[in-house]
Design a protein around this ligand. Structure first.
Ligand SMILES: Cc1ncc(COP(=O)(O)O)c(C=O)c1O
Length: 384
């Protein structure tokens, strides 16, 4: 065997031994909640399509119309000829929702985080990250070549201690955190982090991938308890509740202009297809028009946590932490036998010993199915 193949096979064997090998499963998402997989029709609690907008007629129609008008792809980087007119509409809409002067749309959320952080932080800078921040915030921090320090999850006191120790040694510093944590579903203490950032002259960046559309009346994690938290760097994605694809940053006019000029993942990557941009605009129309609908995923998640005897959900994401990988795989299989899709989440996506089912609730999940899922999780998975 060639050394390259032998290397790959060794790595795969090791993953297999540790129950960490993953496989792509063909999944036919027939509507916002039902999927077909391995010949079975399952009710999915594993999609981030919180508002089921991937399948909404108005959203699909907007994408189709954009293809007819502008074509299937952007054809080039936005900085060259890929900047079709829909971008400006979408960016104005995002800036309005997030109450910032401007916005810039990237090819994906991952590309956004990988591009934004290195523009703001260089070798002499400091990135202070919540330890449970999404992988792409860490990727952006690593690409910046600055010093990366992590603080304990949602522990503002620990973040303060670290700033006290490290801040003076760096010209610029940035705190990064998920707004809604992708694997735990809890919210970041953004107001407290913002106050801390002001105290130490540090910038704050939130990743609202799982907030836009579903918390804060649909406007995201910068809006809690009917108050707006003016986070200066609000990043997010169009691929979860918005039901399309793409990433963005909302910020002040000079910051947005700088990012457009310097973010390598924007400059050296093709612009989003017009269909994604048009679908996002149509989806944001619906989200802004129907806050009652946007509130449904969280209501459903809370109904589940009440019935399952779990801590109250803060977002549509509910972790059912099992611990061991094998037991988590078994729990996922048990639920599939009961007609539910609940994908197992294992390290390195989550910390060793905290493998889990990550359940996501959407606007259209039927209440009786949620109640049945809760009974099975409570009686056969958490207390077998
Ligand atoms: C918190 C968080 N940030 C960023 C991303 C990446 O976004 P995208 O899927 O648009 O690349 C994700 C999704 O996977 C996420 O959960």
């Amino acid at each position: 065997m060639q050394s390259l193949d032998a290397f790959a096979q060794d790595k795969l064997d090791e993953l297999e031994r540790r129950h960490l090998r993953r496989a792509l499963a063909d999944t036919m998402r027939e509507d916002g909640i039902w999927v077909e997989r391995d010949g079975r029709r399952l009710l999915s609690f594993s999609c981030n399509d919180y508002l089921n907008l991937t399948q909404h007629p108005a959203v699909k129609q907007a994408a189709i119309a954009a293809i007819e008008t502008y074509g299937a792809g952007a054809g080039a980087s936005r900085l060259v000829t890929g900047n079709h007119p829909l971008f400006a509409q979408l960016e104005a809409r995002l800036a309005r929702i997030n109450q910032t002067d401007g916005a810039v749309v990237f090819g994906s959320g991952y590309l956004a985080n990988a591009g934004i952080i290195p523009v703001l932080i260089g070798r002499d800078g400091l990135v202070l990250a919540d330890e449970l921040s999404h992988a792409c915030l860490f990727a952006g921090a690593q690409l910046s070549k600055g010093v990366l320090v992590t603080f304990r999850h949602n522990d503002v006191g620990h973040a303060r201690e670290l700033l006290y120790q490290h801040r003076a040694a760096h010209e610029r510093a940035l705190i990064v955190t998920d707004g809604v944590f992708s694997m735990d579903g809890d919210l970041a203490p953004l107001a407290d982090l913002l106050a801390l950032a002001a105290e130490y002259d540090v910038w704050l960046m939130s990743d609202d991938a799982h907030g836009l559309g579903v918390v804060g009346g649909g406007r995201g994690s910068s809006y809690v308890d009917n108050a707006y938290i003016p986070v200066p760097l609000q990043m997010g994605t169009l691929s979860k509740a918005v039901g399309a694809y793409g990433g963005y940053l909302c910020a002040s006019a000079p910051v947005i202009e700088l990012i457009r000029n310097r973010a390598r993942t924007l400059i050296y990557s093709t612009g989003l297809p017009p269909s994604c941009v048009a679908a996002s605009i149509a989806a944001l129309d619906l989200i802004e028009r129907e806050p009652g609908y946007a509130a449904l995923p969280l209501q459903k998640a809370k109904a589940f946590t009440r019935a399952a005897g779990l801590p109250e959900a803060q977002s549509p994401i509910v972790p059912v932490v099992i611990g061991e990988e094998q037991a988590t795989l078994a729990a996922s299989r048990l639920l599939a036998d009961e007609g539910f899709l609940a994908a197992p989440i294992r390290p390195p996506t989550v910390a060793a010993g905290s493998a889990r089912l990550r359940l996501t609730f959407t606007a259209q999940h039927p209440d009786d199915a949620i109640a049945r899922l809760a009974t099975i999780v409570r009686d056969r998975i958490l207390r077998p």
